[in-house]
Every structure is written in C-alpha cells, then in structure tokens.
Design a protein around this ligand. Sequence first.
Ligand code: MTE
Ligand code: MO
Length: 329
Amino acid sequence: MYIKIKRGWELPEHLATPEHVFFNRRKFLTTSAAIGAMTILSACEEKQGAQAGSSAAPAEQDPSASLYPFKRNETYKLDRDITDEQWATTYNNYYEFSSGKRLVEEAQALPIRPWVLTIDGMIDKPMQIGIDDLMKKMPLEERLYRHRCVETWSMAVPWSGFALKELVKLVEPKAEAKYLRLETFMNPEVAGEQKIPFYPWPYVEGLTIEEAKNDLAFMVTGMYGKPAPKQNGAPLRIALPWKYGFKSGKALVRITFTDERPVNFWQALQANEYGFWANVNPEVPHPRWSQATERVLGSDEPRPTLLYNGYAEFVAPLYANLQNEKLFM
Ligand SMILES: Nc1nc2c(c(=O)[nH]1)N[C@H]1C(S)=C(S)[C@@H](COP(=O)(O)O)O[C@H]1N2
Ligand SMILES: [Mo]
C-alpha cells in the first residue's frame, strides 16, 4: 500500500488509507515493507487479468450460482446510479489479504466450500450450518444499498442475501442476549496478513440485537445478481448501510449472541479513532479528516454525506435513548 498508482479521483495517501495506525507505522514497515511492496507490484501488474476474471469466474464454481438473481426488494431506493461492477469488485478493503486496495488476486486463495457458520451463545437453537443449507432456509432477495467507507469513498451496490432478522428469529435468542459478535475466518496460510501479529486477528465486528433486528441489517451472499466474489466477502458477509463500512465484516464463520459488547477489530487497534457504533454522520469528523463529503467510486464529484448514510428513517429510532453513547465513531 505504500506504492500507489493514483487515479484522478483518489485521495492523497494519508486520506485514502487512514485506517492505518500511524503511530505504529514505522514498526509495521520494518516487519513487512518488503513483502508489502512486492504484493502491490504484482497486484498492479496482474490487474488487467484479475479484473477480467473477477466477474465471470466465481459464479461458475459456486454451487449456489443457479439461485441467482434474487428478486429485488423495491423498498430500498438509491439516490444515485449503481456503481460500476468493475469498481465495486476490484477496489476493496480486506486487511486479511492486503492493507492496499488491489487484492483481488490474493483473495482468491480463500476456500469458500465447504463453509460452515457457527451460531452460538445466548440462544435456544445453537447451530452449525453450511452456507448452502442456510440459504435454503432464508428468504432470499436483492437490495440496492449505499456503502460508505470511513475513509470517505462510497459506492452503491445491488447486494443479494437475506435479512439478518430472519436469522435472529431462526436461532431464538434468550432474553439476556444484548449483542451479536460476528467473527471472520482465521487462516494465516491463505491470508498472509494474518501472519502479522500486530493486528488483533481474527476480524471481529458487533452490533446490538436491536440493530440486528432492524429491517436494514442484511446478510450478503451475492452482488450484481451473482454470488459475491471472494474479494467482497464471499461466501457470507454483512451489510449495515447506515454505518461506516468497517462494521460490515466479510467471510463470517461465527455469530455469537452475548451480553457483552464486542470489541471490534479497528477499536482494538485504535480506540481513539474507531468505536463500536460507527454510524455515519457528516457533522462528526474523524479525528484526522472531515466526513462531510464522499467520493463515489468511479466519479470525480464529491457529494455530501448524509446522516446515517441517508437511512435515518429506518434507523434513527434505534438511537433515541442512547444519546450518551459515542454514536458516530
Ligand atoms: N474481514 C474483513 N471485513 C471487512 C474488512 C476487512 O478488512 N476484513 N474491511 C471493511 C471495510 S473498512 C470496508 S469499507 C468494507 C469494504 O467492502 P468491499 O471491499 O466489498 O467494498 O469491508 C469491511 N469488512
Ligand atoms: Mo472502510
């Protein structure tokens, strides 16, 4: 990520990759500079090939491919064009594979079948369930959602999947369950950055059970009418479009219902910049940059960021009694 090919719209390095822990950068560099530089060089060289393969190949190998496309749920409208698929599937954040944005090639190393999701904790129906069996149990649909990264880039994507609240219903939470803890796979053999002990692997995210039951919380299996490519979080990720993108964990293997608030990956790394709630708010700047505007992938025009990323009508009531919390970091 320290060698970067700039496109016209891209932000300066310090803004494009703010999730780096600057105070520790020097230490980090000494351990991984050589590896990082080589990775990026090869990613750039291979970019054409990787992009050409990224949209067609996964759909053919995936046993769920014949289920697509899912019927679109028209409740969720966009105020902008759908982002070009090439952008959404080749400009990614996925720190398990790279701290840069070009990681399509690296992410292909992740095996996604069989894929077992463990659901445990304070529930009456704990289970371990294969992704294809889970998809058979869930009402599948497509939704058009905006996505806003804390780094200020954004996109608008047709996600395929099912409402998280349906999964919550399936496992019958106990009354004491207050939070969901979502855990990503741990496999340093295929995800090279997981060998770097500096990061608090595995990637963990969390939300309250009220947030999980909100209509908007969506489990993603696909995008653009096909199974999601690995770089976007196949075979199962979450989309929480009113929160900054880091809340949307990829390649989930475990969901635990708990009465303890989970400490998420970025909070564990840098708690003064990243918190539990991370709701989008243009008026609350990140400690190192403004959140007032965003750049949509593929466009040069900054556009104003909206409170709750434009989803206030769905989610504002969740926070009415939480005004003492740091809701926007
Ligand atoms: N496991 C995992 N999930 C993750 C991340 C990550 O590094 N690892 N990055 C997050 C961030 S910061 C963003 S903006 C989105 C990016 O999703 P995309 O690559 O599909 O655009 O994934 C989120 N989920
Ligand atoms: Mo992000």
